[in-house]
Design a protein around this ligand. Structure first.
Ligand code: NDP
Length: 501
């Protein structure tokens, strides 16, 4: 396709996606138009074109949203039965499903994700909300052994209003990870999407109109420094859940500490994939390539460090590079594209710097490193890039690059492999390539990581808790465990008199 052809296709798609939809904050069950000239302008990163203009929330508007969320909680939501909440969540998913194509296109335009991947994530978001609808009716408490004159039991209760902050790399899926368990548990939410990719969060909230009571879902697009910080500092926010970078996670934790709100943090990583000598390289080469090139490497659990036994280093490189050729930069709106642009201009600059840094640090650039030209020239594209001869103390082996950059290191004993894998401040995800079941279980136990994949990358099931060890985070998204994070336990003691008859 010619340069102008791709631009025209995107301009048409942007027009179709935005003509009948007004993107604004969503507060108290309707569009909220802040009295402000401050706006954000999400950009289609494939062609560097503004998608729309959104008025943003300052701290005063965040206050309005938190108040609306409390009014909803105190009004009807706190007394809504789990069965009713389940049925509302299911009804919402039903409406979202009717808009699957629209949400998929929005996600693709806003993030630059290939449309096929965007569709998969949109469907995964639906699945996640449905999962939490099914968990509503599992919320209960315990009866405690307490003797004849005492009846003691626990109740699980929501916090009230929760503050949630999501990133730009998986917008609608992250929204489902946050709102699904929070609402299922009986909380109301004020959620801030990332300024770089807020569209599906806003649209999904609009599509909840007339399903939930007004004020149960509130979306406050804005900057992290103003809206994000106002939300996490707000003493009306009783629980904070954040997905994003480690350093902002630290700040969020400090803000929440100011009013002793518990936090769930899902942060970055530098995830290793250990390839043992007996690995089936036809499977593992692909698993490692998927793990770093899916979503252009803009994923918190990206397998950005391949750590390979030295006896099979050459064979692994061949298998990995063969799988890498499956990822080629292209137009995200094309169903056959496997790799889109990076989502933001800042991310593009940052990743380019890491490519130069890798060369300066003495790593061997064996694949990629270029920016594709031609029709992709206006987009923020970086080709799949591979470095060998990497030492663990290089910055490219320690810092989260968040782009399609793979580093390959070697090891010669089990202990060395595990030590290299664990020698990072992060611990979100790790991979193991082996055909030996005993070795797989042993390594899974020895890796300091919240998630372990054997011989594959993914899947991510809503049933499985997702979150990191060490500086990759606190607590979990997904699973029953995430629902528990949105509940607090009350112990009730009832003193009983002797029977009177
Ligand atoms: P951030 O951590 O800055 O952004 C994540 C979210 O936090 C966004 O909604 C952002 O708002 C918000 N935010 C920013 N500052 C504050 C604050 N002081 N208080 C409350 N919320 C805030 O990530 P970036 O977008 O800057 O990406 C930088 C790096 O972070 C990436 O290169 C990657 O390494 C890592 N990252 C990891 C992610 C993950 O999934 N674990 C996701 C995204 C990034 P806004 O952007 O609107 O200003």
């Amino acid at each position: 396709m010619s340069d102008s052809g791709m631009k025209t296709v995107h301009e048409d798609a942007i027009a179709e996606a935005t003509t009948d939809v007004e993107f604004t904050p969503w507060i108290d069950g309707s569009r909220y138009r802040p009295d402000t000239d401050a706006t954000i302008e999400p950009v289609d990163p494939a062609v560097n074109k503004r998608i729309t203009t959104i008025p943003i929330c300052d701290s005063d508007v965040v206050n309005v949203a938190v108040q609306a969320a409390w009014d909803a909680y105190d009004g009807t939501w706190s007394s809504t039965s789990p069965t009713t909440r389940a049925s509302m969540l299911r009804k919402w998913v039903g409406v979202l499903r009717e808009h699957e194509d629209e949400l998929t296109r929005l996600e693709c335009l806003d993030t630059g994700k290939p449309i096929e991947m965007a569709r998969g994530e949109v469907r995964a978001a639906f699945d996640t909300i449905e999962y939490y609808a099914s968990l509503c009716r599992t919320i209960g408490g315990d009866q405690l052994a307490s003797g004849e004159k005492l009846h003691a039991y626990t109740r699980k209760e929501p916090f009230g209003v929760v503050g949630q902050i999501i990133p730009w790399n998986f917008p609608i899926w992250s929204l489902a990870w946050k709102l699904g368990p929070a609402l299922a548990a009986g909380n109301t939410s004020v959620l801030k999407p990332a300024q770089n990719a807020p569209l599906t969060a806003i649209r999904a909230a609009q599509l909840s109109a007339d399903i939930f009571p007004n004020g149960v879902i509130n979306i406050v697009p804005g900057t992290g420094s103003e809206a994000g910080s106002a939300l996490t500092n707000h003493d009306g926010v009783r629980k904070v859940s954040f997905t994003g970078s480690r350093d902002v996670g630290e700040r969020v934790m400090q803000s929440a500490a100011s009013h002793i709100a518990p936090v769930t943090l899902e942060l970055g990583s530098k995830s290793p994939f250990l390839v043992f000598p007996d690995a089936d390289l036809s499977k593992v080469g692909k698993a490692v390539a998927d793990g770093i090139f899916y979503s252009s490497g803009e994923i918190c659990d990206a397998f950005s460090r391949a750590i390979v036994h030295e006896d099979i280093a050459e064979e692994f490189l061949d298998a990995f590079l063969e799988a890498t050729t499956e990822y080629a930069c292209g137009d995200p709106l094309d169903e056959n594209t496997t790799m889109g642009p990076l989502t933001t201009a800042d991310q593009y600059e940052s990743v380019q710097k890491y490519v130069s840094l890798g060369e300066k640090e003495g790593a061997n650039l064996v694949y990629g490193g270029e920016t594709p030209g031609g029709p992709l020239d206006d987009g923020w594209y970086v080709e799949p890039t591979v470095f060998t001869d990497v030492d663990n103390d290089m910055r490219i082996a320690q810092e989260e690059i968040f782009g399609p950059i793979q580093t390959i290191q070697t090891f010669d004993s089990y202990e060395e492999g595990i030590n290299l894998a664990n020698d990072t401040r992060f611990g979100l995800s790790a991979g193991i390539g082996t055909e030996d079941t005993s070795l797989a279980h042993r390594a899974a136990a020895d890796l300091e990581s919240g998630i372990v994949y054997v011989n594959d990358y993914g899947p991510i099931l809503p049933e499985a808790p997702y979150g990191g060890f060490k500086q990759s985070g606190i607590g979990k998204d997904l699973g029953q465990e995430s629902l528990e994070h949105y509940l607090q336990t009350k112990s009730v003691y009832v003193n009983l008199d002797d029977p009177t008859c």
